[in-house]
Design a protein around this ligand. Structure first.
Ligand SMILES: Cc1cc2nc3c(=O)[nH]c(=O)nc-3n(C[C@H](O)[C@H](O)[C@H](O)COP(=O)(O)OP(=O)(O)OC[C@H]3O[C@@H](n4cnc5c(N)ncnc54)[C@H](O)[C@@H]3O)c2cc1C
Length: 497
């Protein structure tokens, strides 16, 4: 690969959702684009590996908006609409454990029955019937201008408005609404949660792509290369070179330098500022802001190969309570908070929460004929927290929980691959390995979200660290779209050296 005579217009660091979307759109804008990925395989969190005929996601993913959201928008802009096919299953998910069993259906006509089941399972008292119904109504119908007003207020405040002092409902519905953000729901932005649920429920687009999660960044990267971008895997950027307040290009492991007028970094803000650029290039006020940014927590993961299909829905959302004397219907907010605190302290919580998409139910080609692939995760602390119990124990607990939630599971297990939090941190390269590097807390969304532009000319941030809105992968893709527009416009207006 030859470096263009006058260097690149833009170098993009990372091929996750943010980097791959941004890189492809920059190439589409006619810019000489270089995309650099430290791993041998593209995709970041949405990358994959193969084993015994199974194709397995590195992360644990479902996608809330299919082609209706930013994935569709990127493909449209690239002139390849709907190249990615999003699939749904008859029952999208089973929510089970802790005394509840609720099935989330695919079709709209099954929704009234779904709500009835939900109300019955949650034992919603007659006096709360109207207000809980109003909550679900508002979740889907609230105008976006109204949603904005909830940006800087937490999910628990939003839910409490409807369920008042019913702490059991507050815990359950708050947990459900905050789920997307991998932070406690009392820290998560209600505006962000309502915005995401409104679209997911309104458009009924919860789904999974044919070919696996990596199909999305793969389509973006293929398009980028087709449009003339250079893509280099196995190329870890070690420095973003800055001189006199202007980006000069990037250096990769081994010392090679790639000149570029602009650099888009999709690792975390802390990595970009403190490790790749060097803090001396930023004003103190900016450094201080980056230092104080909050990240989400992360997850332990298991990938389970089964010798036959034993589970029908597209995903399992479950809970297993280890102390069988504990009554989940009497849970208090204090106990919910304590559970989260235990995770933050590196202890296995009393309740193991499971999020488990089943990729082969959406696309049977992801497993050998007749077999099934379950991917599952449970919340764990980022790697700056010392674990009080060995990582293996966290993952054993997850298998036990799944065996309780899916009876007979263990009998059909061919193998279990276990990914601890250090693995995912190394894979994505973001300091301490958070699921979302700039968490969607009340002070980090909307107008308060870190900006894609930076104090350095030619330096931009994209992915889940800056800009965008929505759930993880869609947040990162939306940010990639916004970033490509900003960079193309700055170059067109001669704002970059
Ligand atoms: C276990 C888990 C479950 C999740 N579940 C969901 C879900 O169900 N739905 C959802 O929408 N989101 C989910 N998310 C969140 C989602 O995966 C991320 O928010 C999103 O994919 C981040 O995209 P990104 O482009 O910002 O970064 P990443 O996907 O992390 O990509 C960053 C890329 O940059 C590369 N890189 C980093 N540093 C360098 C360097 N110095 N040089 C070169 N390359 C570098 C990395 O190798 C990586 O490929 C989950 C995340 C995890 C970990």
């Amino acid at each position: 690969m030859e470096i263009p005579k006058n260097g690149y217009d833009v170098a993009v660091i990372g091929t996750g959702m943010g980097g791959s979307a941004c890189g492809a759109l920059l190439a589409k804008a006619g810019l000489r684009t270089l995309i650099l990925e430290k791993n041998e395989r593209i995709g970041g969190s949405c990358s994959y590996y193969e084993k015994d005929g199974f194709k397995i996601d590195i992360g644990t993913h479902m996608f809330t908006r299919g082609n209706r959201g930013p994935f569709g928008e990127v493909q449209k802009r690239l002139g390849i609409p709907n190249r990615i096919q999003f699939k749904q299953t008859h029952d999208l998910a089973l929510m089970t454990g802790g005394g509840y069993t609720i099935t989330l259906p695919k079709e709209a006509y099954r929704y009234p029955a779904f709500y009835l089941e939900l109300y019955r399972e949650l034992k919603i008292p007659l006096k709360d019937f109207y207000s809980v119904t109003k909550l679900f109504y508002d979740l889907v119908m609230m105008p976006d201008s109204e949603i904005e007003k909830w940006n800087e207020r937490p999910v628990d405040e939003f839910v409490a408005k409807y369920v008042g002092g019913n702490l059991r409902l507050l815990g359950y519905l708050g947990g459900l609404l905050g789920l997307f953000f991998v932070i406690p729901f009392w820290d998560a932005s209600a505006g962000e949660a309502i915005w995401c649920y409104k679209r997911m429920f309104g458009e009924r687009t919860l789904s999974y792509p044919r070919g696996g999660a990596h199909r999305i960044p793969s389509v973006f990267c293929e398009a980028a290369e087709g449009l003339g971008a250079d893509l280099r895997t196995g190329s870890k950027v070690t420095r973003i070179r800055v001189e006199n307040g202007q980006v000069q290009g990037v250096e990769v492991d081994g010392g090679q330098f790639f000149p570029a007028r602009a650099v888009v970094s999709t690792t975390s803000l802390r990595d970009s500022v403190f490790h790749l650029v060097g803090e001396e290039h930023f004003p103190e006020a900016y450094r201080e802001k980056v230092r104080k940014l909050k990240k989400s927590i992360i997850a332990f993961q298991v990938k389970i190969a089964l010798d036959q299909k034993i589970f029908e829905p597209g995903a399992i959302f479950g809970a297993r309570i280890r102390d069988k004397n504990f009554d989940p219907t009497q849970v208090t907010m204090e106990e919910v908070k304590q559970g989260y605190q235990e995770i933050m302290e590196g202890k296995i919580p009393m309740v193991t929460m499971i999020y488990g998409p089943v990729p082969s139910n959406f696309d049977p080609s992801l497993a050998p004929p007749g077999k099934q692939l379950i991917t599952a995760c449970t919340a764990g602390p980022t790697t700056d927290v010392e674990l009080q119990e060995p990582a293996e124990k966290w993952m054993d607990e997850m298998v036990e929980a799944l065996d309780e939630l899916i009876p007979g599971l263990k009998k059909h297990i061919m193998w279990v691959d276990r990914f601890d939090t250090k693995f995912i941190a190394n894979w994505i390269g973001k300091e301490f390995g958070p699921a979302i590097s700039t968490a969607q807390t009340i002070d980090q969304v909307g107008k308060k979200r870190p900006s894609i532009r930076t104090p350095i000319r030619g330096l931009y941030f994209a992915g889940d660290c800056a800009g965008g809105r929505g759930v993880g992968t869609e947040l990162a893709t939306q940010s990639g779209i916004e970033c490509s527009e900003i960079v193309a416009s700055d170059i067109a207006h001669g704002l970059i050296g």
